[in-house]
Write a protein that binds this ligand. Sequence first.
Ligand code: ATP
Ligand code: 9VF
Ligand code: MG
Length: 432
Amino acid sequence: MKKKLIESLLNDTDMWVSRTGLLHSIRDLNVSQRFVHIVTGCGETFDIRNSRSSRSARALRLRKFKKPCKQCRVSDLKINEFLQKTSKEIRTKHVRVTEIPSNSINIPTPVHAEKPVVPLSHIPHSQPQKVSSIHVKEKTENKVERKITSLPKKPAASSSKAKDPGFTQSQKDRIVSLLGPDEMISFSKEKRSFQQLEAELINKRKDDLRKVYEDSRENLLGKLERQITDFFVERGFMEIKSPILIPFEYMERMGVGEDTKLSQQIFRVGENMCLRPMLAPGLYNYLYKFDNILPDPIRIFEIGPCYRKESDGKSHLEEFTMLNFCQMGSKCTRETLILLIEDFLDSLNIEHEIVSDNCMVYGETIDVLHKDMELSSAVVGPIPQDIDWGINKPWIGAGFGLERLLKVTYNFKTIKRAARCENYYNGISTNL
Ligand code: ATP
Ligand code: 9VF
Ligand code: MG
């Protein structure tokens, strides 16, 4: 039997499997004679040949994928539908066939927004948000994807599940992802169509990115790291950069054995190594090496990537950036530690509250909160693990997550906007 064209497989399944094996929902599909253009629920675009035997056709036919795309929010129901039903059983869908003359391939996306999009005021709050007068001409070369993205769009695939008749859930998700940090939207009151709203927001975000380019060209995470580095270097702390790939044995020495909960969160690499989930092992090693070399008290700090497997998304990332500063020797009191933390957060203009808590590694901690979110855990040593690292002096230290500091500063709804990530630059969607 002749194999089905990819167009027909897409039509049957309403899903797309990317080269890396991610299962995406489909927001928009356009078929010309030889090409299929796909816009996924997460806003990615793919242009593929309308073939019968490509890798993509095979993946769809065999329902092979590695994992669902998180941004597309593919429901379990849809995944089951995708996995279980044969092509015939799945209800016929909405492929719109559009003739795309080959000479139109370079037409840029229309960029004219008629009205301001979002009813709320656009509070200028950071360099990237400052108003800019720069006008960057739309690039037209090599823009096959962008051209097709500008074609009229159909409602998203999961429309039957949406409560609001006007917008489907995936349309709402797309719109929310396009909002600026200060913007809000009430879908029930919204008069504009999805297409109108999306196009207007896309234009605003393009303007925002151009403003960032004109104003500073600095990445918020990088800039914060530089700011924090200046703060601690000025106060006598030495900047450390220790390895990110570390022996798993270090974690056992930290008291995070294979049987503990934190150990389940560690990304193992090979048999003996792992990605560091914290900065303490590297800092312990430096304290040991610098003892009796540097003047008392020894002050060091590190800022860098840490990795933990996490399930909760609003304030947790699997790849995040930690600051850990510590002091060893004299004046290692709770008061010194709290004063330093207050001074640090004041320098960043971040309101906070200090509470006592407990954790597995350090025992009693001094936690720093902003509303309900933990910004830091701080500790007054010594602790039993010190001896295994050759440390026998008092110490104080604290660990802060930089993305959480950015989330608070810029009022991001999710921490993803502050993360190392390709979907946002300085909190501005890049899926435009
Ligand atoms: P939580 O209880 O919120 O998961 P934690 O107590 O496990 O955090 P610590 O080990 O105390 O975290 O790490 C110090 C700081 O690093 C935290 O206060 C937080 O700011 C940041 N941090 C920890 N885990 C993450 C993560 N997965 N994503 C972003 N930041 C994190
Ligand atoms: C404070 C939290 C053990 C003398 C090298 C420094 C600290 C808490 C840091 C971090 C962690 N600890 N997420 O130790 O400053 O290590 O769990 Si040291
Ligand atoms: Mg903590």
